[in-house]
Write a protein that binds this ligand. Structure first.
Ligand code: AMP
Length: 394
């Protein structure tokens, strides 16, 4: 009987999943997504070769909680594979300062991780509620937490320090960094494609709805644009990115906002959505003629280039750039605009390769290699879950 692992990436209104066979080099068996949870959930699952194997819409009247949807998902998967799952791996956005590696889920771990809910309100509570739901539905199943912060534990202390009084730093107020599961996957892939470049100084740009940059030296994170929370750094779909802290004082003192209002403003109403007044979705902005949509795109690009400058200083130079995630993998326009701003580094883009979303989009003469590597966070979670369960069984 084949051992099958389920990997879950649970968000506020979506649940992405991947199903992997352990005894066949972790072959992908199926992947899919439940979208619009809380509104009108819609499930679409495909086999490894892209064939639709399950599609379902839930009517408004049905119980549509994460737990009831997960119950149906687990039952559907087990009916299809004909046996029980051996483990479930979860993306957990915030692992705090204590976790540089994935860990087996225990009650004590869940209590510890719940402390980080306020630091990642868009993700952490939903990541943890998926773990609770699986524990309630399948009490005996092994669950593994894989952290987005873990890859960045290699940052030197100077990169993680925040210039606040010691007693606040001692509470754990420091820069952590996120998107680590994606960066680890990208680093592994780059190691296979271009080991010499992985051994050098690389900026990996995870540009999706959430967006960040990671400075990698010899494949390890030494700096990144996200910090204490996933609000910091680049302009994102609906998050502001780095901002003068004086603006927050202004919002509290002059506009009379309370903390909940400011949290909502910074996480859900800012970024591309706030600047464009139209959408958090890059494709929608490209399709629009509105001047504010163009300004949002211009600001997004400007800030990627500006933050790249900071990370190049951290790295002491640059050998390559790797684009990944929804925008990074699919938008030749954004890649071209960013590389144009960084052309002073000696970047030469092969525009035809760029338009084709090719693996290498720089010319042979370019001083900086520019690559596109599709990320696969679910697979990285599967690799870690498999490795941990194998170690435990040894
Ligand atoms: P992710 O969070 O990685 O799924 O990325 C979502 C973002 O990728 C959204 O802003 C999408 O509009 C953007 N995206 C996906 N495909 C394209 C494309 N072809 N051109 C521009 N943006 C895209």
């Amino acid at each position: 009987m084949a051992d099958t692992l389920l990997c879950l990436n649970s968000g506020s209104s979506s649940l992405k999943f991947g199903l992997y066979e352990r005894d066949d080099g972790l072959a992908l068996r199926a992947r899919g997504k439940i979208e619009k949870i809380g509104i009108e959930p819609y499930l679409l699952a495909k086999s490894a070769d892209g064939e639709v194997i399950a599609e379902r819409r839930w009517a408004k009247a049905e119980d549509m909680s994460h737990e009831s949807l997960l119950a149906e998902l687990l039952a559907g998967i087990e009916a299809r594979i004909g046996h029980d799952l051996v483990g479930v791996g979860h993306r957990v956005v915030h692992g705090g300062a204590n976790h540089a590696e994935p860990v087996r889920v225990t009650q004590a771990l869940l209590t510890e991780l719940a402390r980080y809910n306020p630091l990642a309100p868009l993700h952490q509570p939903h990541n943890l509620s998926a773990i609770h739901a699986v524990a309630a539905l399948r009490p005996g199943i092994a669950q593994v937490a894989v952290f987005d912060t873990a890859f960045h534990q290699t940052q030197p202390p100077v990169a993680t320090r925040i210039a606040l009084p010691r007693h606040i730093i001692d509470e754990g107020v420091r820069r952590y960094g996120f998107h680590g599961i994606s960066y680890e996957y990208v680093a592994q892939q780059l190691g296979g494609l271009d080991p010499a470049l992985l051994g050098g100084r690389v900026i990996a740009a995870h540009l999706g709805n959430g967006a960040s940059l990671c400075a990698m030296q010899a494949g390890r994170s030494i700096d990144t644009t996200m910090g204490f929370t996933a609000l910091d750094g680049l302009v994102m779909g609906s998050r502001c990115g780095n901002i003068d802290p004086g603006v927050l004082l202004y919002l509290f003192q002059q506009d009379g906002m309370d903390a909940a209002r400011v949290e909502n403003l910074l996480y859900r109403e800012s970024g591309l959505l706030g600047v464009s007044g139209l959408s958090s979705d890059m494709r929608t902005l490209f399709d629009s003629d509105a001047p504010a949509a163009k300004e949002a795109i211009e600001l997004f690009v400007y800030r990627v280039a500006r933050e790249s400058g900071a990370l190049i200083a951290s790295l002491g130079g640059l050998d390559g750039i790797v684009f990944t995630a929804g925008i990074g993998e699919n938008s030749p326009e954004i890649r071209s605009l960013i590389c144009a701003r960084l052309s002073f580094l000696g970047i030469e883009l092969d525009e035809a390769a760029n338009r084709a979303n090719a693996a290498v989009i720089s010319t042979p003469a370019s001083r900086i290699a520019v690559r596109v590597i599709p990320t696969d966070e679910e697979r990285m979670i599967a690799l870690h879950t498999d490795a941990l369960l194998t170690r435990e069984a040894a």
